[in-house]
Design a protein around this ligand. Structure first.
Ligand code: ASP
Length: 583
């Protein structure tokens, strides 16, 4: 027996006057003048059935029993709809099926929400994800996701990459997050870490002669959940031997363009612009700037050195942005509140009204030459940041984004991709003063920057690059260290003793000492990419069964406590968690 002849949503007038059997869900049912109309739905679309009691009395009895989301099978004749009944909004709108037999294949209990309801609470949607998945939005997202992933795989295959599976259960991989741990029953008291990425395995693949590796790899990171973060996510992870940065970027751009083409979307033009890290931080206050709008940060440090305004004169860095609006007092108060939340002490401003006149509580302290140095059109507000450079960049970067969103300066139809290049290799922990890696400890220094002072590697640049789409960081990569002594030097700079380096990364050091080719790679967050491809605001909308921000899965109720005997077998016991303030 064949369950169905074709999908309901694929019926058209080509099938007119034929007999068909279709199976799917009931979207709606309505009675009208003795007839019962049933809209059936599957992923390609909807189809109207007509049950006429004179033609099919048994079918009519079944039709009265059915409710939304029952699964039914209908057999009947495809007929053209009367001209006034044609629905031009439905691909199947020119036909309907006059039913002869109607079977209920499966019933549904009353629904927690209707599928056409808008603004359903997200936890409820996730609790009943199987229903939510039937909705058009979710069907679209999963099918776009599939098309994109298929295009990525084709692109990688065309570019001669080899798909190699690497373990999830491994040693800790330093990607900057906490590890999820897996206790091992056969070795009580010992733990695997779930891979934060396949970083070291892909480097070992290069040393193993794979030459071009890729994988759509699941990664686990114990971080707070956000719009663009889940505990587990996938990466398009790749690594290439004997390459320079530009070759890696080229491979990624090919995969991005192939993905756009696969979903019929206009691809961004190539090559994607490259922007140096220092320039990005100075102009946009962010290493993942949204470049769909301007409002660049400008520097006023030099012109304010002699300022009468003490805050400017004494600040190591003074910068500003120009917002195209004369803000009201209330708006300025709100902006100041935000600036303080982000670390500023206050928010100095100058209003330039429509006639060009400048008004500000600090105007009396600013000399004519200071004021004249700000070339600002009438009808705008200058917002200043003054203080340590990193704070000023951060606050103005966030203000720039906030103001652009509030004033509707971002054109949502734009797709702006760019690379951020030339990151610092190390950064200093503000509290401990300890130097640590900015990307991960396997990134190579820039040629010419190899001889740093191990106790103070200020200004050393790394061969690290990030891909950014409309202000979302899609992924990172780097040219790696392939020289064992250089790798040891990086570990020492990070404060690892030779013994510690050996105990954590001995296998890598050994491999690097046995013929490691120059290599580099990249990893792109698949769910971030898919969410943007599907025009969704967060990655949960492209993940079949995501977790909510508390870290729970509303559908299965995981995570759950485990009985003591299970824990005992694993050699572990549950302790009271430390209070979050002491973490
Ligand atoms: N493994 C790195 C990450 O997950 C990416 C890379 O350097 O390839 O961010």
């Amino acid at each position: 027996m064949s369950w169905r002849d074709l999908y309901c949503g694929e019926l058209s007038k080509d099938q007119n006057d034929t007999r068909v059997t279709v199976d799917c869900w009931v979207a709606t049912r309505r009675n009208q003048g003795g007839l019962v109309f049933v809209d059936m739905r599957d992923h390609p679309g909807k189809l109207q059935l007509v049950v006429n009691p004179e033609r099919a009395p048994d079918a009519q009895t079944a039709a009265h029993e059915i409710r939304n989301e029952f699964v039914i099978q209908a057999e009947g004749e495809v007929v053209a709809r009367a001209p006034e009944a044609v629905n031009p909004n439905l691909p199947t709108g020119e036909v309907e099926v006059q039913v002869d037999t109607l079977r209920i294949l499966s019933r549904s209990t009353p629904l927690p929400f209707q599928l056409d309801e808008e603004h359903v609470d997200e936890t409820l949607r996730l609790r009943y994800r199987w229903l939510d998945m039937r909705r058009e939005r979710m069907q679209h997202n999963f099918r776009v996701s599939h098309a994109v992933i298929a295009a990525i795989r084709r692109s990688m295959d065309d570019q001669r990459f080899v798909d190699v599976w690497t373990p999830s259960m491994t040693r800790g991989t330093p990607e900057g997050a906490r590890d999820f741990l897996v206790p091992v029953r056969l070795q009580p008291g010992k733990f695997f870490a779930l891979a934060q990425s396949p970083q070291l395995f892909k480097q070992l693949c290069m040393i193993g002669g794979i030459d071009r590796y890729y994988q759509i790899a699941t990664c686990w990171r114990d971080e707070d959940l956000r719009a663009d973060r889940q505990f587990e996510f996938r990466q398009l992870d790749l690594e290439m031997a004997f390459v320079e940065r530009e070759e890696v970027l080229d491979v990624m751009e090919n995969a991005v363009v192939a993905s756009f083409e696969a979903v019929g979307r206009e691809a961004p033009s190539r090559p994607f612009p490259r922007l140096g890290y220092d320039e990005a931080m100075a102009k946009y206050g962010s290493d993942k700037p949204d470049l769909r709008f301007g409002m660049e940060i400008q520097d006023a440090t030099a012109v304010t050195r002699e300022s009468e305004f003490g805050v400017f004169r004494s600040a190591p860095c003074v910068r500003y942005i120009v917002a195209p609006r004369v803000f009201s007092r209330a708006e300025l108060a709100r902006l100041e509140e935000l600036a303080k939340e982000w670390g500023a002490k206050g928010l100095a401003y100058v209003l330039v009204d429509d006639s060009g006149e400048r008004r500000s509580p600090i105007a009396k302290f600013l000399s004519d030459s200071e004021l004249a140095s700000f070339e600002v059109p009438a009808g705008s507000t200058i917002l200043f940041g003054a203080g340590e450079e990193a704070m000023v960049a951060r606050v103005l970067g966030l203000l720039r984004l906030h103001v652009a969103r509030e004033l509707g300066l971002i054109d949502p139809s734009l797709d702006v991709f760019h690379w951020i290049i030339d990151f610092p290799l190390f950064e200093q922990d503000e509290e401990s003063g300890q130097w640590t890696f900015l990307h991960h400890p396997f990134t190579a220094p820039m040629p010419g920057d190899e001889l740093w002072d191990e106790s103070s590697p200020v200004g050393v640049r790394g061969q690290h690059y990030d891909l950014v789409w409309n202000g979302w960081e899609l992924g990172s990569g780097s040219i790696r260290i392939h020289d064992v002594e250089m790798q040891e030097r990086v570990f020492r700079t990070m404060g690892l003793s030779d013994e510690e380096a050996d105990s954590k990364f001995g296998f890598l050091l050994e491999a690097l000492a046995m013929g490691a080719p120059p290599h580099g790679g990249f990893a792109m967050g698949i769910e971030r990419f898919l969410a943007l491809m599907a025009s969704e605001p967060d990655i949960r909308q492209v993940i079949a069964f995501p977790k909510v921000s508390s870290g729970s899965d509303p559908l299965t109720g995981a995570p759950t406590p485990m009985p003591n005997d299970v824990l005992r077998e694993l050699g572990i016991g549950a302790l009271e968690p430390e209070s979050s303030s002491s973490r």
